[in-house]
Design a protein around this ligand. Structure first.
Ligand SMILES: [Zn+2]
Length: 227
C-alpha cells in the first residue's frame, strides 16, 4: 500500500518537474529574444536552418578564362554560364511538372533520378556558376562548370530547403542540324568524310571544302553529375 502511494507521488513529481522545466526553457529562449510559445517551434526552426549555407565551389576562372579566350577568341563565357544555368532550370522545371520527356540524354537520366528521390521540388534558385576545368587538344575541347543552387522539397508536410551542386560538361562541336541530336565527337568533313587534323581547321585539307560556311562551332552540354 505504502509502496503504491510512493509510486503515485513519484509519477506526480515527474509530471510537475517536466512542466516546470519546459516553462523554464521557454522563458530562457524568450529572454534571449525568441518569440516562442512552443518548444516544437525551436526544434523545427533549427531543422529548417540546417541547409541555409550554399555549397562551396572551387573556382578556376582565373586560370582558365585567359586560356579559353586565347583558344576561342569569340567565346562569351558569361553567356555559356547562363546557358548552363538555364539547362539546370529546365531540368528542375521538368521534374516539378512531372514530365521529363522533353529532355535529352544525360540530362534526362539526371532528371529521372532526381524525380525518384523527391516528388515535390519548388523555388529553384541558383547561387553561383564557376569554371572547374578546361581541357583542349586537337580532337576535343571540354569545359566543366560547377553550379551551386538551392530548392525546396516537401518532407512530412514541412517545406525543407536543400543546398546542392552539380558539375556540367560542355563539349565543343559543330552546330548540328535538327534531325541529328547527338553530338559529333569525331570531326569529319561533311563533303568528303575525311577526318579533321585539328578541331580548329577552317577548311578540309583533302577536298578544300570551307567548313565554317557549313557549320557553326559551339559548346553544347554533354553531361551533368552531382558531386
Ligand atoms: Zn573534305
Amino acid at each position: 500500500m505504502y509502496f503504491l502511494i510512493g509510486v503515485v507521488i513519484f509519477i506526480l513529481f515527474c509530471i510537475v518537474f517536466y512542466f516546470v522545466l519546459k516553462a523554464k526553457i521557454i522563458r530562457f529562449f524568450q529572454g534571449l529574444g525568441f518569440p516562442i510559445s512552443q518548444l516544437g517551434d525551436i526544434i523545427r526552426d533549427v531543422r529548417l536552418d540546417e541547409e541555409d549555407t550554399p555549397k562551396s565551389l572551387a573556382s578556376m576562372d582565373s586560370i582558365y578564362l585567359k586560356q579559353l579566350e586565347k583558344d576561342f577568341p569569340n567565346i562569351e563565357i558569361s553567356k555559356l554560364k547562363r546557358k548552363a544555368e538555364s539547362i539546370l532550370m529546365d531540368i528542375y522545371h521538368s521534374i516539378k511538372n512531372g514530365d521529363v520527356s522533353g529532355l535529352e540524354g544525360k540530362m534526362k537520366t539526371f532528371a529521372e533520378d532526381e524525380a525518384l528521390k523527391h516528388n515535390s521540388i519548388s523555388d529553384l534558385k541558383i547561387h553561383n556558376t564557376v569554371i572547374s576545368n578546361y581541357n583542349k587538344n586537337n580532337k576535343k575541347a571540354t569545359i566543366i562548370f560547377s553550379i551551386a543552387y538551392q530548392y525546396y522539397i516537401l518532407k512530412n508536410g514541412i517545406k525543407k530547403k536543400i543546398q546542392d551542386r552539380v558539375r556540367m560538361e560542355f563539349i565543343y562541336t559543330l552546330e548540328l542540324e535538327e534531325e541529328l541530336k547527338s553530338p559529333i565527337l569525331d570531326f569529319r568533313c561533311p563533303n568528303c568524310g575525311s577526318p579533321f587534323h585539328n578541331i580548329d581547321d577552317e577548311s578540309c585539307s583533302y577536298c578544300g571544302c570551307k567548313l565554317l560556311r557549313i557549320f557553326n562551332r559551339i559548346f553544347i552540354c554533354n553531361n551533368i553529375v552531382r558531386y
